[in-house]
Design a protein around this ligand. Structure first.
Ligand code: HAM
Length: 430
């Protein structure tokens, strides 16, 4: 019986994963690998180090960090238990920020250094209603710059991600940023906002009326037209930010402008996780449809302390790998292999296999038939593979110690020694 894949999971299959017009560097890599390569390289250039944390954590960790009022904690976690474990149930990680901060504190990293710039690339799990760009298992790539409040660091994370998008060939993107204030100015702003909404509360949608009680800031997230219009007239966090928050935001903007990263300040960006302070931001792509957020991030200046670490600021982002891949689509078709080895009769199969092994070890890419097909059928396969050359061995070639190299684009064929074939395939000889 075939049960099928669990709902909301996505297999990454070969042709979708291949790239056309491969710049030399990413030749013969899939889109997925290209993105991973581009990201790793950007992380290294910006001075970030890799961290890998478990795929699951104690459920309580996410309650304390992502937040009780977040959608993630309210309804999206895959939770399971070990009745023996006194610390409660586990949950598959819906995001990687909490585990990363937990690890940094747990492993005593602050005793070694006051700041840690870390990156990750791995699966995350959310029990959401699946649709294009929204899966139950997806992957995030992201960074956490832990231990400093410098606005340059906020800008750095955005510049870094813009660089990754550029390297991956994604052009249609937008960056929107906002400041949601800090522990000093946010409580007073919350009251102002509540007062402004309260007067009109019955006219808001049901979700917004819940948001009003649980987390009034999320009203800015509402997708209902009428509420969007009302939200546009509400007092914004930035207007009510304290001088320190305003100066911080200015610092972020100056650095983004100097780096020529285009952005727009948008008071509607409030983010759905509880730990943010000051800077919040989102990258969107017009190629994605309704799930258009490719990345989200921001500053979290109280989280490390709240989790038992030192009183230090931090900032980071995470991007949805599948969403970047969707935005990269259109770049992809198969990268041809260098040769397809063909045996004229069954007797030459060991010889073509040996020739293929020699050429593969020399750095060339090649394939052959493993189903015992006729010569004609093998040639059809060679054609289909998009291979540049067919490398044919029959009784004559075997006797003479040569191979026939047939140019699949119709530029003739010739009999050459295997070593010469290697040189031709490598482009060292015409
Ligand atoms: P987030 O906005 O919840 O932030 O997720 C970041 C990105 O993950 C989203 O912009 C989206 O591209 C992708 N994503 C989220 N859910 C799904 C899904 N169900 N299917 C596919 N892609 C998805 C965070 O997770 C924060 N930890 C970001 C952060 C890091 N803030 C500070 N440091």
């Amino acid at each position: 019986m075939n049960l099928g894949a669990p709902e909301g999971t996505k297999d990454i299959l070969p042709p979708q994963a291949e790239i056309a017009n491969p710049e030399e560097k990413w030749r013969n890599t899939g889109l997925y690998q290209k993105l991973e390569g581009v990201a790793r390289e950007a992380f290294r250039r910006f001075g970030y180090e890799e961290i890998r944390t478990p795929l699951f954590e104690y459920t309580a960790l996410f309650h304390k960090t992502s937040g009780e009022t977040s959608d993630i904690v309210q309804k999206e976690m895959f939770t399971f238990g070990d009745p023996e474990d006194k610390k409660g149930t586990y949950s598959l990680r819906p995001e990687l920020t909490p585990g990363t901060i937990r690890a940094v504190i747990d492993e005593g990293l602050f005793a070694k250094r006051s700041t840690w710039k870390l990156w990750y690339f791995g699966p995350a799990f959310r029990k959401e209603r699946p649709q294009k760009g929204r899966y139950r298992q997806f992957h995030q790539l992201g960074v956490e710059a832990i231990g400093a409040s410098d606005p340059l660091l906020d800008a750095e994370t955005m510049i870094l991600f813009a660089d990754i998008l550029g390297g991956a060939g994604v052009k249609a993107w937008k960056l929107r940023i906002n400041s949601i204030g800090c522990a000093a100015c946010r409580p007073a702003y919350r009251e102002k906002l509540k007062d402004a909404v309260r007067a009109d509360l019955p006219s808001y949608c049901e979700d917004c009326r819940k948001r009003f009680e649980r987390n009034v800031f999320r009203i800015f997230d509402c997708k209902v037209e009428a509420d969007i219009a009302k939200a546009a007239k509400l007092p914004t966090a930035l207007e009510h930010a304290c001088d320190a928050c305003k100066a911080h935001m200015k610092g972020v903007e100056l650095a983004l402008r100097a780096a020529e990263v285009p952005y727009r300040v948008d008071p509607r960006i409030v983010r759905g996780l509880d730990y943010y302070t000051r800077t919040v931001y989102e990258f969107t792509s017009s190629k994605l449809g309704s799930q258009d957020a490719v990345a989200g991030g921001g500053r979290y200046d109280t989280l490390v302390k709240d989790m038992g670490g030192p009183d230090v600021g931090s900032v980071g982002f995470a991007a949805g790998v599948e969403r970047i891949l969707l935005a990269m689509e259109g770049q992809g078709t198969s990268t041809p292999i260098d040769f397809f080895a063909v045996a004229v009769t069954e007797a030459e199969r060991p010889a073509i296999f040996q020739a293929a092994t020699v050429l593969r070890r020399a750095g060339l890419s090649g394939d052959m038939d493993y189903e015992g097909r006729s010569m004609n059928a093998q040639m059809r396969k060679a054609n289909k593979s998009g291979s540049r050359f067919a490398l044919i061995i029959g009784p004559d070639e075997l006797a003479q110690g040569v191979v026939t190299l047939k140019d699949m684009a119709g530029h003739g064929e010739r009999k050459v020694a295997l070593d010469e074939a290697r040189a031709i395939l490598k482009g060292e000889k015409p």
